[in-house]
Design a protein around this ligand. Structure first.
Ligand code: ADP
Length: 469
């Protein structure tokens, strides 16, 4: 027996799904945080710029209205309230020299903004730049703009407050990210396990079945999702397999039973003739009986093979157009003497043309079996009527008899192999004829049905698609 190779280090689907889930969730969180973080940073930095530009305007008005003293006082007050290390103010002349400023020791090497001065002189808007000083942890935002009276104002504001605020954000996220990852992992694990629950159940059922429990089924939730569909398909497949195995077991039992009877009979006759002193006539009798039983066995085996062959050949129907009327006529001629022997009123009618696509020999056997049964199970002076007629795109073959009929408890079983109704046990037969008929009808894409009343008669109806060129 071949066994499927196992992957040595296969990662279970649940773990893979969990990793995917946690990964995607973490990346999404990172992305969301980055967008949020950069938006906030932009807003904060923009606001700092706006505040500084507003200051330039206010201080310009102050200089104009109240003079240098007031401006100096304002510089001092602002620097004290923000902290001398966080902000500086500088008043510059058109020549680039500093007129007065707040304490600039925190900003050593603060360059003289000559370039900016000259561009401001041309009436350009205030210049805003970010400068890093070697002794300072945070960068400084510097605004340089025109004041009245040919003066230029420079305001430098440390990014300390803004950056500290953003740092709090970063540290909150760096703490929450691992927590998010763990929660995402746990949630992913829970979801994956839940999603795979159905698959696990199917696997467990498959293992039980492989160990011999064919009655095992997977629980269907009725939610109609993919897993439910899988469970449903799996259960349907199991139902079919179970039916198949049961019918195979039944068939094996039946074959054993039906083969054993003729073999026992052959052995019995041979044994009895050996016990006595057999005469030449006894030998003839034994040989004759043996041949008869062997023929019966051979017929049974051949019919079984024919049924299997016909069933397996479904779908590969020969394209030959067959004239069913001709087959009905031939069969009626063939069975007429038998009907006359039993004084049965045997009639055949055919609505021409009745052409079907298929195998002539098989169609002959189908009709032969049905007529044979009708005559066999109809008593003397009875009636058997064969009719062939059209019904839309179908051709209907109707065989009605006034025979022993079929009990309603048997009617569903008569097409099973080896099935014989009790009422017909007195007649010869193998219980295989109708199985073959059904296989042939199915192979010709047709249908067979039966209606019957016990002791009144039966009506077998075969419907076949009419030949379409
Ligand atoms: P058999 O060789 O026994 O006739 P079939 O497969 O042809 O086997 O038929 C199965 C059983 O169906 C028969 O044994 C018989 O009991 C019943 N049957 C079939 N045809 C008729 C019929 N026309 N009238 C009554 N019973 C029938």
């Amino acid at each position: 027996m071949s066994s499927r190779p196992k992957t040595k280090y296969a990662v279970p689907v649940a773990i893979r799904l969990t990793l995917w889930y946690a990964g995607i969730f973490t990346i999404s969180s990172l992305l969301a945080f980055s967008i949020f973080y950069f938006s906030i940073a932009k807003i904060i930095y923009d606001r700092t710029d706006e505040d500084m530009l507003e200051d330039v305007q206010e201080l310009s008005v102050l200089l104009e209205e109240e003079g240098y003293r007031a401006l100096k006082r304002e510089f001092k007050e602002e620097a004290e309230s923000d902290g001398a290390d966080e902000i500086f103010f500088r008043l510059i002349g058109r020549d680039g020299t500093t007129r007065f400023s707040t304490d600039l020791t925190g900003w050593p090497n603060l360059a003289s903004p000559e370039k900016i001065v000259s561009s401001l002189a041309k009436g350009e808007p205030p210049a805003i730049e970010t400068t890093n000083f070697p002794n300072r942890e945070y960068a400084t935002r510097i605004v340089t703009g025109n004041l009245v009276d040919d003066h230029i104002l420079q305001i430098g504001q440390s990014f300390k407050e803004d950056d500290e605020f953003l740092e709090i954000f970063r540290s909150i996220f760096s703490v929450t990210l691992p927590i998010i990852m763990v929660i995402a992992g746990l949630f992913g694990w829970f979801m994956a396990r839940k999603a795979l629950q159905g698959v696990r159940e199917v696997t467990a059922a498959a293992i039980d079945i492989s160990e011999g429990d064919l009655s095992r089924r997977v629980h269907e939730t009725g939610r109609g999702d993919e897993i439910d569909l899988l469970a449903n398909t799996f259960n349907t497949m199991l139902d079919r397999i179970q039916t198949l195995i049961t019918s195979m077991q039944d068939m094996t039992d039946n074959i054993a039973h039906d083969l054993r009877n003729p073999l026992t009979r052959i052995r019995g006759i041979a044994e009895t003739s050996l016990l006595n002193t057999p005469s030449a006539d006894d030998f003839k009798f034994v040989i004759g009986n043996t041949i008869e039983e062997c023929d019966r066995l051979l017929h049974m085996i051949n019919t079984m093979l024919d049924i299997t062959e016909t069933e397996s050949g479904t779908g590969s129907l020969p394209a030959d157009p067959i004239d069913l009327c001709a087959i009905v006529d031939d069969a009626c001629d063939l069975f007429q003497p038998l009907a006359e022997d039993k004084n049965i009123n045997f009639s055949c009618s055919c609505e021409k043309p009745a052409i079907v696509q298929g195998n002539k020999q098989q169609l002959q056997r189908m009709l032969g079996n049905l007529i044979d049964n009708a005559l066999k199970y109809t008593g003397e002076n009875g009636k058997v009527k064969v009719r062939l007629f059209h019904q839309e795109a179908m051709i209907v073959l109707d065989i009605a008899d006034s025979g022993i009929g079929i009990d309603k408890n048997d009617i569903d079983s008569i097409f099973k192999r080896f099935y014989r109704c009790d009422a017909s046990r007195t007649k010869t037969g193998s219980g295989l004829g109708l199985s073959l008929v059904q296989a042939i009808v199915k192979a010709h894409k047709g249908e067979i049905g039966v209606t019957s009343e016990s002791k009144k008669g039966s009506n077998f109806r075969v419907t076949l698609p009419a030949y379409n060129k």
